[in-house]
Design a protein around this ligand. Sequence first.
Ligand code: FES
Length: 142
Amino acid sequence: LADRTGRRYPVARVGEIPDGGRKIIDLEGRSVGVFRVGDEYFAVRNRCPHEGGPLCLGPTTGAVVASDPGTYEWSRAGEILRCPWHGWEFDLRTGASWFDPERVRTRRYAVTVEAGDAVDEPRAELYAVSVDDEYVVVDLGR
Ligand code: FES
């Protein structure tokens, strides 16, 4: 659990980001958006691969999927992020674009929830960490 890459950052206390909400922070000089969907967290770079728009300021939505021809279902609520500039959509879970998932993606980062006593000391300077709480930790190396 200990930091081996030196690129793991506690960015929020669990519960600080409401369900459906987000927090945008600067890590190592880049802007990163951390999103909460239910009990899961996702992190993506706040820069759209289209023309560099502030992707993480866009609305989140879901997807309409066809389970059978003519049968449509609303799913993935809150897991699709739409760029505020021209509307390109990205899957928060993978970083892949909705329209061309193999070729167009935004950078995503691994997010874990960890107890305060597992969070690395040097990184705690970025965000005050107490051993009694749990934290959302973004790993820029993964
Ligand atoms: S800059 Fe994001 S869709 Fe154009």
